[in-house]
Design a protein around this ligand. Sequence first.
Ligand code: CO
Length: 510
Amino acid sequence: MVGITETVLRDGHQSLIATRMRTRDMLPAAERLDAIGYRSLEVWGGATFDVCLRFLGEDPWERLRLLKKAMPRTPLQMLLRGQNLVGYRHYPDDVVRKFVAEAARQGVDIFRVFDALNDSRNMQVALDAVRKAGARAQGTICYTQSPVHTLESFVALGHRLAEAGADELCVKDMGGFMPPGEGAELVRALVREVGLPVVVHTHSASGLSTLTCLAVAEAGAVAVDGALSPFAGGASQPPTETLVAAMHGTPQDPRLDLHALADLASHFATVMDRYRPLLNLRSLQTDPGILTHQIPGGMLSNLLSQLAEQDASDRLKEVLAEVPRVRADLGYPPLVTPTSQIVGIQAVFNVLTGGRYRTVTQEVRDYVRGLYGTPPGPLDPELVRVVTAGNPAISGRPADLLPPEFEKSVREVRALVPAADDAEALSYALFPAVYRAYRSSRDRGLTSDVLATAALGVIGALRAPRASLATRTAPATGGGSGGSPWAHEGRARLQNQRRYLDAATRRTGR
Ligand code: CO
């Protein structure tokens, strides 16, 4: 029997409606979700934390408490970006340990811990904290394809994760291009060599995911991820109902009730109707192009909006050709938050400034200096020479350079909210500016309900009559899947760097 992890409350809506589903749309389904018999429910982490505070006016901790109370039987799962937690930079160890302990205390049972570079040193403190909290630690292997990513290298990472304290392993196919045969071979090798249970996470982008889920289940994976059909397909996971029906009567039968799933699907179909203005048709379409260029959908839409903001949409083809070259120069990082943005923005710069690495972004400088961890393969020596001139690279674990921050965050947040508890101090520690804005709008009576009504109204108005113009002239609202917080941060950074770009563009006379 294969277990199913249901992602409708996290990855499903993160992938299709920019993570905007509200707690009040989740709670009416909670009791029924809890009764299905899922292996786990992914409900927290990834972009949900940031989006709650930044866009929804919700307290992410309160969401977790409410969901735990409403779903006491099924283990709740979260996605944790290793040392980045649910943010976009490395946090010091004391913040990582506090965050994990608090999340476990408030209801997370399974932590899926990954690192964009597959550097186990960026996962070891989080994995250790999960174990200490008595929760289940899922060490993650980000699947990608490159000359340096071999079956042996993935198995070696599996061993390192086991040594770091992982209770089970996750193969994370975030781009949605892992072929069934290769997935099955990888699962068999991990089970055989490492000996831990293996779960598999895919996305439907290329259309392979349902086939891959069946193949890995037959090969011995203990669980696969699905999303209830209204939030499945395209950039999201394969539909839960389809996976259940496909394995019915086989030794892998997940033994979930299709009628009960259909009832839940009709609830989430109604929910999807409410968020329809956020759904970009493109993110639902099958795109086998990813099998050749490996650029995930979210990254592609970011590139498109960055080029549109520079009035350079006609140069997409050049940028798409540049992405794999930058990725190779950087030692073939898997393309996932935050490496997808680091590679994407540099590729845009390389094309628009009329010379490769004429402008090197701060993120690429940090990356080359080892501040994100050890890249999977060797870096381009010329790029290393340019970047590290007078600015030596580090070879240790990046977070070893960071002094503790939690106590300082507590002091600062208490100046703002005298009765702030650990959870609120953590929200502040992770996103100080976002938390301040969240707090002050709360104090002014801008509750999540008020904001929801206003936001959907604005988005509807922008999208309906002249969508293309609206998207171009109002980048801050984000469009469809481009409205992710990371895209938001990426665009903010690009705005800052625009003066360099403008200067360079003038230089090259474009
Ligand atoms: Co995912």
